[in-house]
Design a protein around this ligand. Structure first.
Ligand code: F0G
Length: 403
């Protein structure tokens, strides 16, 4: 039977108990399978296509048809970074427009099976939107706790529209997660669905399975890192495929943090065995404005085991990547997702790539979530009289403002 394992101190427990973090050392727990318990028998669509690799079956799942997202082949930017092939895994195509839905379907199904009265999370926005949708679908209460004034409007409006109760705190994401976790751990009624919930990681690891089925094992995969659950999940998925002999090699991971919120990057660069938390994280990529990532240890391990690399990017680099993706590839994502490409761009200028690599960039959330960021790109707009001449003049005029 799969069981909880603490990858830090070795604590082991049965899945019968509701546990999120290790009662001995406080690290998030991992659901670990024996090799013989896993079989890769994809069947059906989306996340539940991989039920044979998950700790619960898809029977009666609280689902909105999440997963099964597309890879877009880069048509221009791959040349700029100098690789053979660059693909964008567009997680914005999920039902609530971020990768969170993959983990949420599994975690909320588990909450529902346990008879939880409500689900709760701390969030920079996307987890909140996803929780709210799946709580609505399950018919249970949804509570989201967010840093006041620091969540992109689209995400907040999603949570509101799905009917969740929204609690704004006068603090940042790290404060919210600390408070919400300790509240959930004292309560039988409230089920915590942040990525310290091991079932979230299980759902999110299906991203690796889809990439494998679509293109095999890329040479490099870049992924934005905030609380570090998603990079943990991605690596777990690939490692499981490798352990049972389905995949013959492993990808190298590129973890990207924003400069103002880069504790894992710093630890990696310094060869440190632990992170130095950032007390006032700041970045335009609000989704990853996180100073004390809960899964930092597993993220560092994933990077080191995969012979990968961490990189930090500035807000300017993020916004430039953001506009390049939308205007040169037609792929509109939120700033945290653009960090994924910004990291590749930065590493290419440092000579990381040889020219023939297959690279996948995980783009974690849709651009429409964050209209405040879209408003910052160069405007090509003009108001004219409602006539053919005026419109032709605006388009053809050599003096048009946007040329
Ligand atoms: N990209 C987006 C769009 C996100 O929303 C997040 C995390 C990440 C990347 C980073 O993923 O935390 O697993 O390393 N958003 C969380 C939230 C924190 O509350 O929505 P991570």
């Amino acid at each position: 039977m799969p069981q909880y394992v603490c990858e830090n101190c070795g604590f082991v427990a049965s899945l019968d108990k509701r546990l999120y973090i290790c009662p001995v050392c406080g690290d998030p727990l991992t659901i670990m399978f024996d090799d013989k318990e896993m079989s890769f028998i994809p069947s059906g669509k989306g996340v539940w296509r991989y039920s044979s690799m998950l700790p619960i079956t898809g029977k009666g799942a609280i689902s909105l048809n999440e997963g099964g997202t597309q890879l877009h082949q880069s048509v221009r930017l791959y040349r700029e970074i100098g690789v053979g092939s660059l693909m964008f895994k567009n997680e914005g195509l999920n039902p609530t427009a971020s990768f969170k839905d993959r983990g949420m379907t599994v975690a909320v199904t588990k909450a529902f099976q346990e008879g939880a009265h409500g689900v709760i999370c701390a969030s920079t926005g996307n987890t909140a939107a996803s929780l709210a949708a799946y709580a609505a679908r399950a018919g249970i209460a949804g509570y989201v706790v967010v840093p006041e004034g620091a969540v992109a409007t689209g995400k907040l409006m999603q949570a509101r529209a799905y009917g969740a109760e929204i609690i704004h705190i006068k603090g940042n994401f790290d404060d919210a997660l600390k408070a919400v976790s300790s509240l959930a751990m004292e309560s039988n009624e409230l089920y915590l669905v942040n990525s310290i919930n091991p079932y979230r990681i299980e759902g999110q690891k299906t991203m690796a399975f889809e990439i494998y089925e679509d293109v095999g094992i890329p040479d490099w995969i870049s992924i934005p890192v905030g609380n570090a659950g998603n990079i943990t999940a991605l690596w777990k998925g690939f490692k499981e495929l490798y352990r049972i002999g389905v995949a013959k090699k492993l990808p190298r991971l590129i973890g990207v943090q924003a400069e103002g919120a880069a504790p894992i990057y710093r630890a990696f660069i310094n060869g440190a065995s632990s992170i130095e938390p950032v007390n006032n994280p700041s970045t335009v990529a609000t989704a990853i404005r996180i100073g004390k990532p809960a899964s930092w240890r597993r993220a560092l391990k994933a990077i080191r085991e995969s012979h990968g690399i961490m990189v930090a990017v500035s807000d300017e680099e993020i916004m430039s990547a953001y506009y390049s993706l939308s205007s040169k590839e037609g792929v509109f994502v939120e700033p945290a997702s653009a960090a994924s490409f910004a990291g590749l761009r930065k590493l290419s200028t440092q000579g990381l790539f040889k020219g023939n690599e297959m690279v996948v960039a995980i783009l974690t959330g849709h651009g429409l979530k964050d209209p405040e960021s879209a408003a910052k790109v160069p405007k090509k707009e003009l108001t004219v009289e409602p006539t053919k001449e005026a419109i032709a003049g605006a388009i053809l005029s050599p003096a048009r403002v946007f040329r």
